[in-house]
Design a protein around this ligand. Structure first.
Ligand code: ZN
Length: 466
C-alpha cells in the first residue's frame, strides 16, 4: 500500500484570459523543466507523466482539478519527487489556489476521486470555446450580468411576428434565460367546444392579473372559441410527448425558428418551463425556440401553418434556394437515420451499423445546426449509450452517457430530472435496464485505453477499424 498526495486547484480555473495566461505559463515552465525526461510525454491535449495515469496536466486549464496519486511504500522517492516539484511550481503561479495535500500527514484532497476521474476523461477532447458575453468574462472568466440577476430579455414588437423576446445582453451558450410557471395547463382536447367550456371555467378561477395576461397573448385563429385558439397558438407541451400543454405569460411570447438559438424544456420537479440558450446570443437578437417536428422545409411549414397558424420565414426557410435545398437534404437524411437508429432489431443484431448511423448523424447535426445542436445530441448520445450498454460495453457506454449528460446539462440545466438520471447512468452504466441483454461487446467501465490522442480516441469510441 502507500499514501495519496498531490495538489488540487481550488476553486478551479475559469476560461478567462487571466487564468488561461497563468496556466500556460505554468505549463511552459513544466514542459521546459522536463523536456529531456523520457518519463514525461507531450500528448496532443495534455502533458503525461508516465508513472501513473492520474498524473496529467491538460492544456485546457479550466478542466483541471488534481495532479496527484498514491505513492506506494516501496517508491524510491522518484514519484514523490515529480509530484512535489510540480506542486511547488503550481504554488508559484497560483498561490494557495494550488492546494497541496497529503493524506499521509492527515491532510485530505479537496475533490472526490470520481470528480477527478471525470475531469481527466474530459482531457481527451478539446471543448469548443464559449464566446465571452462581456469584457469582464473575457478577462476574468466571470459574468457580472448573470451575477446581478437582471432579466436577460425584453418583450418587444418583432417585425412580422407581433411581439417576441429580444436579448438585452449577450447571452452565453448554456445559460438559463427564463424559468416560468404556467398560467394554466390544459389537456390536449380535440373537441374545441368542450375545450372552450373547460378553459372558461379554469380562467374564471385565475386571479385577474393572470386572466389579463392570458387574454393578451397572441391568437393566430381569430373567430369563435377565443380561449382554445389562444391555447392552440401558445401552448407548449409539458415535456416531450406530453398531452398536457402549458400557457405562460412570457415564454408563450417566444417565437419559432427552424434554427433556434434557445431550447425549451419542462422541469417536472418544479413544474416550470425553462429556456436555455443553445448558442451564443448577441444583445439585440431575437430569442427563438422550435415548435416544429423536424423534416424538410415543406413538411415543417405545413405543420407550423396547420398547428400554429403562421408561415415560417426563419433564416432557413427564407434562405437562397441552393442553401435551402442542402438543408432539406440534411433534414431528410436526419429523419431516415433517426428511424434506422430506433430500430430495436438492428440495435440487437447489427449494432455496428447502428453506431455508424449515429456517427453519421452527429456529423449532419453539426452541419445543419452550426453549434446549436446540443438538444439533438443529448438524445442521440443517449441512443448510442443504449446501443453500447445492451451489448455490455460499459467503457463506451460511460463515455457516451457523459456526452449525453453534457449536452443535456447545457440545453436543459444540471438539475433537470432527466439530466440527473443520465448523470447516474454515467457513474454506473449497469443501472440501465437493458444492461447485459447481450455480451457481444463486454467491457468494464474503466477499460478505456490511455494515452490516445483525440482522433485515436474517437476511432476507439465508435469502433472504427475493427
Ligand atoms: Zn422555418
Amino acid at each position: 500500500m502507500g499514501s495519496y498526495t498531490g495538489f488540487d486547484m481550488v476553486p478551479r480555473l475559469s476560461e478567462g484570459l487571466l487564468d488561461k495566461h497563468n496556466w500556460e505559463k505554468f505549463l511552459k515552465f513544466t514542459r521546459e523543466r522536463y523536456q529531456d525526461d523520457d518519463q514525461v510525454e507531450m500528448k496532443p491535449n495534455y502533458i503525461a507523466f508516465k508513472f501513473d495515469s492520474n498524473l496529467l496536466l491538460p492544456f485546457e486549464g479550466h478542466k483541471f482539478l488534481r495532479f496527484g496519486t498514491m505513492i506506494p511504500n516501496e517508491d524510491s522517492g522518484k514519484l514523490r519527487n515529480y509530484i512535489d516539484t510540480v506542486s511547488r511550481v503550481a504554488t508559484v503561479w497560483f498561490g494557495s489556489r494550488a492546494y497541496c495535500w497529503d493524506e499521509g500527514s492527515g491532510l485530505p484532497g479537496h475533490y472526490g476521486w470520481d470528480d477527478v476521474q471525470r475531469s481527466i476523461r474530459s482531457y481527451e477532447s478539446f471543448d469548443s470555446p464559449n464566446t465571452p458575453t462581456t469584457t469582464a468574462q473575457l478577462v476574468l472568466g466571470t459574468d457580472p450580468i448573470s451575477e446581478l440577476n437582471l432579466p436577460l430579455y425584453e418583450i418587444q414588437p418583432v417585425s412580422g411576428k407581433g411581439q417576441g423576446l429580444v436579448a438585452r445582453f449577450n447571452i452565453a451558450k448554456g445559460q438559463l434565460i427564463i424559468s416560468e410557471k404556467p398560467l394554466l395547463t390544459t389537456l390536449n382536447i380535440t373537441n374545441t367546444t368542450t375545450m372552450e367550456k373547460q378553459l372558461a371555467i379554469k380562467l374564471r378561477k385565475l386571479p385577474k392579473d393572470a386572466q389579463r395576461q392570458f387574454l393578451s397573448l397572441h391568437n393566430n385563429f381569430p373567430g369563435k372559441q377565443p380561449f382554445s385558439n389562444i391555447v392552440r397558438t401558445n401552448a407548449l407541451p409539458c415535456g416531450p410527448g406530453s398531452t398536457t400543454g402549458g400557457i405562460y405569460p412570457t415564454i408563450s411570447r417566444i417565437n419559432h425558428s427552424c434554427l433556434p438559438n434557445a431550447h425549451n424544456s419542462w422541469d417536472s420537479a418544479l413544474g416550470h418551463e425553462n429556456i436555455y440558450a443553445v448558442r451564443f446570443i448577441k444583445a439585440g437578437e431575437e430569442i427563438t425556440i422550435p415548435y416544429d417536428h423536424g423534416g424538410p422545409s415543406d413538411e415543417r411549414r405545413r405543420h407550423l401553418k396547420d398547428a400554429f397558424g403562421f408561415d415560417c420565414d426563419c433564416s432557413i426557410c427564407s434562405s437562397q434556394p441552393d442553401k435551402l435545398q442542402r438543408s432539406d437534404e440534411r433534414r431528410h437524411q436526419m429523419k431516415l437515420l433517426d428511424a434506422a437508429i430506433g430500430d430495436g432489431f438492428r440495435v440487437m443484431y447489427s449494432p455496428k451499423d447502428c453506431l455508424k448511423d449515429c456517427q453519421a448523424l452527429v456529423q449532419i447535426l453539426e452541419e445543419e445546426f452550426e453549434g446549436s445542436q446540443d438538444p439533438h445530441l443529448a438524445r442521440l448520445y443517449y441512443d448510442v449509450f443504449q446501443i453500447s450498454i445492451v451489448h455490455s460495453d460499459q467503457a463506451r457506454a460511460r463515455a457516451f452517457a457523459e456526452r449525453s449528460y453534457k449536452a443535456r446539462a447545457a440545453a436543459e440545466g444540471e438539475n433537470n430530472l432527466e439530466t440527473v438520471r443520465i448523470q447516474r447512468l454515467m457513474e454506473d452504466p449497469t443501472r440501465h435496464d437493458s444492461f447485459g441483454l447481450s455480451l457481444k461487446w463486454r467491457s468494464l467501465k474503466n477499460q478505456v485505453p490511455r494515452g490516445l490522442d483525440s482522433d485515436e480516441f474517437e476511432k476507439w469510441l465508435w469502433r472504427q477499424g475493427k
